[in-house]
Write a protein that binds this ligand. Structure first.
Ligand SMILES: [Zn+2]
Length: 176
């Protein structure tokens, strides 16, 4: 496994330090006046250890596949159309009552369900594979029946998505 790294000069660092981030970035923090050649030698010396760590993260799939997303402004309505269609599809089975559906631009959530019965979805859902889209839709839809993550809730999800556990694991690897 080949890797790139970045050297960051720090005025407060007293010694060389290597940080490996979950997304696969390797950062070497170096005391400000230390020649870069010493930092490189240090990385060479530690390269087996760095590779091991990177391979571990890759194996654990902690290095998330990146999704390319378009802008909120340009994709909001397409996301709404998709969400409305899939909610209608799955709700033929569940027949839950809901108020409104909102499409939002959020940093950390794919979807949510409010106590008032509104469903919120992240517009970035548009850029996910279909099975992940459906999982997010069914998950929020089922919160209209069960406002929690109890076994009753998951049983509801399972009724239309028998392989939801696999899909759910897959979604957790995505970083928004
Ligand atoms: Zn939930």
């Amino acid at each position: 496994m080949e890797f790139n790294y970045q050297i960051k000069k720090s005025r407060i660092a007293r010694r060389l330090k290597i940080t490996i981030h979950h997304d696969g970035r390797v950062v070497v923090t170096s005391p400000f006046y230390l020649p870069a050649i010493l930092a490189r030698k240090f990385v060479d010396k530690k390269s087996d250890w760095i590779r091991k760590k990177l391979e571990f993260f890759a194996r654990k799939k902690l290095i998330a596949p990146e999704i390319k997303v378009g802008s909120f402004r340009k994709n909001k309505e397409a996301a709404r159309a998709l969400v409305l269609a899939r909610v209608a599809h799955f709700n033929q089975f569940y027949n839950f009552r809901f108020q409104k559906i909102f499409i939002k631009n959020q940093k950390t959530v794919w979807g949510s369900c409010s106590r008032k019965g509104n469903l919120n979805f992240n517009y970035k859902i548009l850029f996910l594979p279909k099975n992940l889209q459906d999982y997010i839709i069914v998950h929020e839809l089922c919160h209209l029946g069960e406002m929690n993550h109890s076994s009753k809730f998951w049983a509801l999800v399972e009724k239309t998505l028998p392989d939801y556990l696999v899909v759910r694991k897959n979604l957790k690897r995505r970083i928004l």
